[in-house]
Design a protein around this ligand. Structure first.
Ligand SMILES: *Cc1c(COP(=O)(O)O)cnc(C)c1O
Length: 634
């Protein structure tokens, strides 16, 4: 098959998962399209990488495309506004961004700014997040929604926000929070907007389905909701209860779950209104998914719907129920985080080398008196070379390998003989694999054989830091070489990271055929550096990383599109990743003391005459340099 850019796009699924923000340019480079309305104004990621290298920023690196973030905010708001218009729906859209999805200040600031003219707000789920949203959502017309379990300080902070004139909504997740809130309202005289989170019987399907359903961690049952209404009425606070909330899980893969949630939630909303509760807002939570694997299916890493359909299902679904029940149309709130942020950032890693046990070279010449096991293996190879009777040779080879391992364990085979057998063994398997692929032979174990023979590319990053969900919940993330796509990738391999953990690997990839593959097509390594991008990491992955092996945070570059620039972009900011001293400090070490201890030990060696003073100073400096340096490989 001849290779083409179309072929490259198909192989890596770029136009499928890229959602119009990624494409392959004419030079075979992966490009970002910051603004979908102007697809010709693209930015080659390789150009960003080159500029970043010239500024001395080392790998691995997170690249943030802030224009994508802004575009996602605009698209979500515009889609709601348009469909609300089209449906003659009487309520408005008041979306919020849940900061837990990516709390980076720059991300939150960008979203707030892009959302300003839509009165797009923020959502917090913990005290620390609340502290940040109080400081960053200063728009008095947008909402600040407070979810998560709340203690007295949390509630007092919320009331502080009310005093600042913000539209703070305290969402009651658990009945006891309501009694706490009521007594604080009585004490301070502040009347916040109160929301109630309902425990829904509908479950989102997929990895987060336990966020909904009768056994969910959060939310009030119907009887608790009725009791809450009575309690508020008794305290003359019922007019504060303005918002009805649910959240059935993140990454809802099947649109049917959303339809069902609207049907159930819409009825509860209407029945409460009919009971005399003056509700104004209907908050459908998060769940708007991202098509990570590009299959547009109900796979865990995909979604079977588009934004338009999601929005239309909410707007039209709610309208129909409200009209039937004779209740006014509420304002609509979504708490979409994943869909807003996933596309805006990626991780670029450089390949350090290849691990390939099958390509060791070792002299396999026959020698006098060698074990017949070695001769058998050699003859199998000759047999294949002559007759290409691959099936028989394959079976023999596997058998001979097994026999020779047993012989080795019994002490009958020498180390050198074992090395020869293994070398010929790998050689035969490779020849067979090549033969069946070239002749398109249908071999049951063909794929297994290919995977068995594939090497691993060693990537300068940590899965635990940069792709936590790939490790924890088998999330698929698109991986693509950022250039050379005009050339056909000639081999397949899986990826391993530089942690010393055998789980530190990526071996689930999008494939252009059915299903997920354990290996990804790559180019041969040569003298030029080879870079792979891991994409759609802007939601959760960016901020969930842990300290495994003390690698810590990555260097970051923030990129903005700029039409007049010859490359179409500029790097607005570089944020340095963790140094060894940063990560050690978080684990209670004192880097200064460590350097002092090493210096003392070196001084002792000098006094004892084992080191000369110049060598000593060099070693001391070297240790201190390493403390100050980036934690990843140079
Ligand atoms: C996590 C969370 C969200 C965000 O969900 P996404 O699927 O990322 O949009 C929204 N609301 C609540 C209550 C959450 O816990």
């Amino acid at each position: 098959m001849t290779w083409s850019l179309e072929e490259a796009d198909k192989t890596y699924g770029v136009s499928k998962w890229g959602a119009g923000h990624f494409s392959i340019n004419d030079s075979g480079q992966l490009a970002v399209i910051p603004n979908k309305e102007f697809p010709s104004q693209d930015i080659a990621i390789k150009d960003v990488v080159d500029e970043m290298i010239s500024q001395g920023v080392s790998f691995p690196v997170v690249i943030r495309f802030h224009d994508i973030l802004r575009a996602q905010v605009r698209t979500l708001n515009k889609t709601f506004d348009d469909i609300i218009d089209e449906a003659s729906y009487n309520g408005k859209f008041f979306g919020v961004y849940p900061v837990k999805v990516n709390q980076m200040r720059e991300v939150v600031e960008e979203i707030v700014e892009a959302g300003q003219r839509y009165n797009f707000g923020l959502e917090a789920g913990s005290k620390a997040e609340l502290l940040s949203v109080l400081a960053y959502n200063t728009n008095e017309n947008s909402l600040t929604i407070l979810n998560g379990y709340k203690d007295e300080d949390y509630l007092r902070l919320a009331l502080l926000g009310c005093k600042l004139g913000r539209k703070i909504v305290v969402v009651i997740e658990k009945f006891s929070e309501l009694t706490k809130l009521i007594s604080l309202c009585e004490e301070t005289g502040v009347r916040p907007i109160i929301g109630i989170r309902s425990r829904m019987t509908v479950k989102g399907r997929g990895k987060w389905e336990s966020s909904g359903g009768d056994k969910a961690k959060f939310g009030l049952t119907i009887s608790e909701i009725i009791n809450a209404v009575e309690l508020l009425k008794g305290k003359e606070l019922l007019d504060c209860l303005k918002l009805f909330h649910f959240h059935i899980g993140s990454q809802i893969t099947d649109i049917r779950a959303i339809k069902e949630a609207i049907a159930e939630g819409g009825r509860i909303y209407c029945k409460l209104s009919q009971l005399g509760v003056d509700l104004e807002y209907f908050d459908v939570g998060g769940g708007l998914g991202v098509d990570y694997d590009g299959t547009a299916s109900t796979n865990d890493s995909s979604i079977n719907y588009q934004l338009d359909e999601y929005v239309a299902d909410i707007v039209y679904g709610l309208k129909q129920i409200c009209d039937l029940e004779g209740v006014g149309h509420p304002n609509i709130i979504t708490e979409s985080g994943r869909a807003l942020t996933a596309h805006h950032s990626c991780v670029i890693t450089n390949i350090i080398g290849e691990i390939d046990t099958s390509s060791v070279s070792f002299d396999t010449q026959a020698i006098e008196g060698e074990s017949h096991l070695v001769s058998n293996m050699r003859e199998a190879e000759e047999e294949f070379d002559k007759l290409k009777n691959w099936q028989e040779v394959y079976n023999d080879t596997v058998k001979f390998k097994e026999d020779s391992l047993n012989a080795f364990k019994l002490g009958i085979l020498s180390l050198v003989e074992r090395a020869k057998i293994e070398t010929i063994y790998w050689r035969i398997l490779k020849k067979v694999a090549k033969y069946i692929s070239k002749n398109e032979i249908n071999f049951e174990q063909g794929e297994e054989l290919e995977e068995f023979l594939s090497g691993q590319y060693l990537c300068n990053f940590s899965v635990f830091q940069s792709a936590a969900d790939s490790w924890a919940i088998d999330q698929i993330l698109p991986v693509v070489p950022i250039d050379r796509l005009e050339k056909k990738p000639t081999k397949r391999c899986s990826l391993v990271d530089i942690t010393c953990d055998s789980d530190g690997k990526i071996d689930k990839f999008i494939s252009d055929e059915e299903g997920i593959k354990k290996t990804i097509p790559v180019h041969e390594l040569d003298k030029e550096p080879y870079y792979l991008g891991i994409f759609l990491t802007g939601a959760y992955q960016d901020v969930m990383g842990d300290m495994h092996n003390l690698f810590g945070r990555l260097n970051e570059v923030h990129v903005y599109a700029h039409e007049q620039d010859s490359k179409g972009f500029y790097i607005e900011e570089v944020i340095k990743g963790s140094s060894a001293e940063n990560v050690l400090s978080t684990m209670q070490y004192n880097p200064q003391y460590m350097a002092f201890t090493i210096k003392k030990a070196i001084d002792l060696q000098i006094r004892e005459g084992n080191l000369n003073p110049r060598q000593g100073v060099k070693l001391t400096d070297f240790y201190e340099d390493c403390l100050r340096s980036y934690t990843y490989l140079k």
